[in-house]
Design a protein around this ligand. Structure first.
Ligand code: GTP
Length: 458
């Protein structure tokens, strides 16, 4: 979808301001300032009428914060000002749109809230400016135009955020498939062989060409058409495999009955063999290429990289809402890592990071997630856990790291410590909130002397 640039929307907003007389703008501005609470209620009560949104926005802090920020928004959106204030107002609409995208508030709900706000504004104008019909009309059209432009900016920011998150989600899906790549590779290789064996056996048993197993309908053919071709879409080998399967099913198999001499039959079986081997060969190439790509893993530690953090957190927030299961976020940072690099070189620092990543992965359970956010910063997402168990886990992990003699180049060894910040997901729909909490707790752990775990206090 093509998008209008934010600069363009800002300039539309500016033109709108210039095209409307100051008394009209001041009238709307004053009215919004005085009636901000009532107008804000129009907006968010309409949104809360939707059952799905009310579950999402039921969190205490969101409920309290939402009305407050709606009041502020109503007061600000109609305010006048120069270039700089306008840029700030645009930036604020962008931020709101991004928050909506993170917590999955559907755009149509926000637009419904905005319509209700417009109706509220017009009713107020009619009530207060009843005698001056001209001013009432001009003020109403200005007020509605401002709301529309703010909504346009929000929606645009929302959809870019959503596109980004959809791409990350798609990458994560592929990554999840790729995780099982080596097992899948063996399974599918065996499935091609199984089809070939079945074909020979059935033919040896005297079945006619039409009754012979088609590769397109075999275990391998079904897997490839429904999943493999999607996973490996865009690769030339994918097209080659699909074409070869069609060639086998539509030409080679039906022609088996047409040849009667032994030499001809031998030629046919040889061709069949060559084609099924070609499929196995292309299949290998596809798996090999995918292993090289291995998107989503941090190159040094093989942990998940930052890109997937929003996808996984959104998924877990959704799960936790559905199943009423708590999860914890544990931010972890190596203490004085710069000194390790300074004393043992970058290579030594890298070795420590790799070994630490192994300790973290081994300590986690199958359902937990381990990320390397960058540098010497890690993040663990512990699923189905309460605060006391999460804290006990973090403490065990701290001791494990403290006791480990980390290997360095030239067989030297050293001890390393880590600081951690623990935050329980409180039900807040915005994952940034939980991340901020665990970050602040980590900061507190560093400030309190390092090599310790601090818990975020809500
Ligand atoms: N070896 C190595 N070093 C890295 C990598 N990424 C970042 N660094 C280094 O990590 C160091 C991080 O240092 P700081 O952020 O100052 O933190 P610190 O020394 O760990 O101190 P505290 O966190 O306050 O305990 C910097 O010197 C970075 O250059 C990496 O991939 N490998």
């Amino acid at each position: 979808m093509s998008q209008i640039s934010l600069e363009q929307l800002a300039s539309e907003w500016r033109s709108l301001q210039y095209s409307v007389a100051l008394p009209v703008r001041e009238c709307v501005q004053q009215l919004a300032l005085v009636h901000q609470r009532g107008l804000a209620s129009h907006f968010y009560e309409e949104m809360l009428r939707d059952a799905a949104a009310s579950v999402m926005l039921s969190h205490e802090q969101v409920r309290m914060g939402l009305h407050q920020s709606m009041c502020q928004w109503v007061a600000e959106v109609f305010s006048d000002g120069g270039q700089e204030q306008l840029a700030q107002r645009v930036a604020r609409q962008v931020k709101i749109g991004e928050v909506h995208a993170r917590i999955d508030v559907p755009v149509h709900l926000v637009l419904r809230g905005a319509s209700s706000l417009k109706r509220g504004l017009c009713a107020l104008l009619a009530e207060l400016l009843g005698a001056d019909l001209a001013l009432q009309l001009q003020a109403a059209s200005y007020g509605m135009a401002v709301i529309d432009i703010a909504m346009a900016i929000m929606s645009q920011a929302y959809s870019s955020s959503h596109d980004r998150s959809a791409r990350a989600q798609e990458a994560y899906r592929l990554h999840a498939v790729a995780q099982d790549m080596s097992a899948e590779r063996e399974r599918q290789r065996a499935a091609v062989l199984a089809w070939e064996n079945q074909l020979m056996f059935d033919r040896a048993m005297g079945l006619e060409a039409l009754q012979l197993p088609r590769i397109g309908a075999s275990e391998f053919g079904l897997w490839f058409r429904h999943k493999g071709a999607y996973t490996f879409r865009g690769a030339i080998e994918t097209t080659l495999i699909l074409d070869t399967m069609d060639l086998i099913d539509d030409s080679l198999l039906p022609s088996l009955d047409q040849v009667i001499d032994a030499h001809g039959r031998l030629q046919q079986w040889r061709a069949m063999r060559e084609h099924s081997q070609a499929i196995a060969f292309h299949l290998d190439a596809l798996f090999e290429q995918n292993r090289e790509l291995d998107a989503g893993r941090d190159v040094l530690t093989r942990l998940l990289n930052r890109k997937f953090l929003p996808v996984v957190l959104r998924k877990e927030i959704h799960y936790s809402r559905e199943r009423k299961a708590d999860f914890a976020v544990l931010s972890l940072d190596v203490d004085h890592f710069k000194r390790i690099n300074d004393r043992h070189g970058h290579e030594g620092g890298d070795m420590v990071l790799k070994q630490l990543a192994d300790i973290l992965s081994n300590a986690c359970r199958g359902g937990d997630y381990t990320f390397r956010l960058g540098g010497e910063e890690f993040l663990l997402l512990l699923v189905d856990i309460d605060e006391s168990r999460a804290l006990a886990f973090a403490e065990r992990l701290r001791v494990l790291v403290e006791q480990e003699a980390f290997r360095l180049p030239d067989n030297a060894r050293m001890h390393v410590t880590v600081s951690m910040g623990l935050a329980m997901h409180s039900g807040h729909p915005d994952y940034e909130y939980t991340l901020r909490q665990s970050d602040q707790a980590l900061y507190a752990a560093k400030n309190a002397g390092r090599n310790r775990v601090e818990v975020a206090r809500v």
